[in-house]
Design a protein around this ligand. Structure first.
Ligand SMILES: NC(=O)c1ccc[n+]([C@@H]2O[C@H](COP(=O)([O-])OP(=O)(O)OC[C@H]3O[C@@H](n4cnc5c(N)ncnc54)[C@H](OP(=O)(O)O)[C@@H]3O)[C@@H](O)[C@H]2O)c1
Length: 273
């Protein structure tokens, strides 16, 4: 079945698909297979990181795909161990070599490491200014980190990738990013499966004849928030992409907004402030 992917325009005019495949915790053949399936299914955004140890396999799947490289949006991220100005420049080259693709669409600061995040960002600005990457952004930048960044940046991050789901819905961050023209991207949108049996979520899923995962991903998209669910399983990967044929009502969107319980499954970035 064909589905219509939706795109957002980043603050530098670049188009980015709203829904992507996250490839954390998949390795070797499994990672290559998952990306091949994803591209066949219609995914056009792949989110990897040097830290995930699978850039080589992700690149293989992209090169072997029948989908044109220009139609695929590839994100990768600076490893925490490689932060700092010169190390970041070298890390970028290393990621390009591992991926073996001509260019990277989006390069992110993976975590706001206290001692090095400023120099790391300045290195990303250099890479962007030299035309070596289509867009640059950050990850795990809650409001205090974004405010600090504003004291020295020349380029506004195109994307901020943070942990976000109906169960962790930081409305202030959503508003700040919208006001500053930073595209929010939700990682761990499926809360690693932890809330799939929540009766409130199941009730909405039943109403639309959709699965809990599909409701969450659709909710994010209707908020204009990009999301990058991970699956290495063909059926679930297809399920997560099958969200472009229905619409959640405003009443149910408000209901989902009220699910927030500040539930984090990944480290709280504020520990790094
Ligand atoms: N920037 C950062 O610091 C950061 C941190 C964490 C994650 N991320 C990115 O965000 C991506 C997504 O986050 P995540 O992988 O941590 O968690 P997630 O996408 O919320 O959940 C993935 C888990 O849910 C399962 N799953 C997938 N689809 C499902 C469905 N339809 N129904 C039920 N279970 C389903 C997956 O298992 P199967 O594979 O078996 O389907 C996997 O165990 C990562 O892959 C990574 O790219 C970024």
């Amino acid at each position: 079945m064909q589905h219509q992917q939706l795109y957002t325009t980043l603050n530098n005019g670049i188009q980015m698909p709203l829904l992507g495949l996250g490839v954390y915790d998949m390795y070797q053949q499994e990672a290559e297979q998952a990306v091949s399936w994803a591209l066949e299914t219609g995914y056009r955004l792949i989110d990897t990181a040097a830290m995930y140890n699978n850039e080589t396999e992700i690149g293989n799947a992209i090169r072997q795909s029948l989908v044109q490289r220009s139609d695929i949006f590839v994100t990768t991220k600076v490893h925490n161990d490689d932060q700092g100005f010169d190390p970041t420049l070298r890390a970028f080259d290393k990621s390009l070599q591992n991926l073996r693709i001509d260019y990277i669409d989006l390069y992110l600061v993976h975590w706001p490491i206290r001692a090095t995040r400023k120099e790391t960002w300045l290195a990303l600005e250099k890479l962007y200014s030299e035309g070596r990457v289509k867009a640059i952004g950050v990850a795990n930048y809650l409001i205090p980190f974004l405010d600090e960044l504003q004291t020295y940046n020349s380029i506004v991050p195109a994307v901020n990738q943070v942990e976000l789901s109906p169960y962790l819905f930081d409305k202030d961050l959503v508003e700040v990013c919208q006001n500053r023209k930073i595209q929010l991207q939700a990682y761990t949108p499926l809360v690693r499966g932890l809330r799939m049996n929540d009766p409130k979520l199941l009730a909405i899923a039943t109403q639309y004849s959709k699965t809990p995962a599909q409701i969450i991903l659709r909710w994010a998209i209707q908020h204009g928030i990009s999301s990058i669910p991970k699956s290495a399983n063909l059926k679930r990967l297809q399920e997560n992409f099958n969200i472009f044929d229905f619409h959640i009502s405003p009443e149910n969107m408000s209901f989902l907004d009220g699910f927030n319980e500040n539930l984090r499954v990944v480290e709280d970035p504020m520990d790094l402030f």
